[in-house]
Design a protein around this ligand. Structure first.
Ligand SMILES: CC(C)(COP(=O)(O)OP(=O)(O)OC[C@H]1O[C@@H](n2cnc3c(N)ncnc32)[C@H](O)[C@@H]1OP(=O)(O)O)[C@@H](O)C(=O)NCCC(=O)NCCS
Length: 197
């Protein structure tokens, strides 16, 4: 069996070296066409501003940041957001799972999700929520790891002029909360562009 050529760790702060490497991963993903909250062309300045905000969240306990590193530095990352409304202390949002193109299709994405799930449990979070592009690489990965889609949201994100449809997904392995919440959505009446999946 081939051993993974990365190591995973949770970081407590973002120093300048880590900041530059996290920017490299984000820039690589956006340049590769990933829908992760930014529009291409992406700039290093915007990437730095984003990771500096993440660093503040990590420092004040509002998020957990995990990174995977190989011989060239950071090759993957994922976050858990804990800074949520006070009636949701049991849950976290899993977001910004990014694997540099040099490290894809070797199991790193799966390892990051599993590490994030373990971190969530260690932090007493029993419900994780995320969104992913319907039928995309990430959605397939979450399906494989036992997450359950709770529906598709049309027109969720802009992808260079057309809209992407997203899954909302929940893990089926976590306890179900007693009182369910229905997510209500309403399409913008003046949307001129159609959904693509
Ligand atoms: C989605 C993403 C994180 C997946 O990362 P990854 O490291 O490639 O994920 P994995 O390696 O665990 O799985 C990817 C594929 O490689 C396959 N794979 C895993 N290990 C493998 C190996 N050793 N040899 C061959 N294939 C392998 C998996 O079966 C999976 O196959 P599939 O695409 O046919 O389902 C990555 O594509 C990415 O960063 N995309 C851009 C950012 C993004 O969209 N993030 C998600 C936001 S919700």
């Amino acid at each position: 069996m081939i051993e993974p050529n990365w190591t995973l760790r949770r970081v407590g702060s973002i120093d300048p070296v880590l900041l530059a490497q996290l920017c490299d991963v984000l820039l690589d993903c956006v340049e590769g066409g990933a829908s992760v909250g930014f529009m291409d062309p992406m700039t290093r300045e915007r990437a730095e501003a984003f990771w500096n905000r993440v660093g503040q969240g990590v420092a004040n306990g509002g998020r957990a940041l995990l990174v995977a590193e190989d011989a060239n530095g950071v090759c993957g990352t994922v976050q858990l957001v804990f800074d949520l409304p006070e009636n949701q202390p049991h849950r976290a949002d899993l977001c910004k799972m990014l694997v540099h193109r040099r490290a894809r299709r070797q199991g790193l994405g799966a390892a990051l999700v599993q590490a994030a799930e373990k971190t969530a449990l260690e932090c007493d979070k029993t419900l994780l929520v995320l969104d992913a592009v319907t039928d995309g690489d990430a959605a397939r990965l979450y399906d494989r790891l036992g997450w359950v889609s709770v529906g598709d949201i049309p027109n969720y994100a802009d992808a260079q002029g057309s809209f992407l449809q997203y899954d909302g997904v929940l893990p089926r392995t976590r306890p179900v909360i007693a009182a369910g919440h229905q997510v209500i959505q309403r399409s913008a009446a003046n949307s001129k562009r159609s959904a693509t999946s």
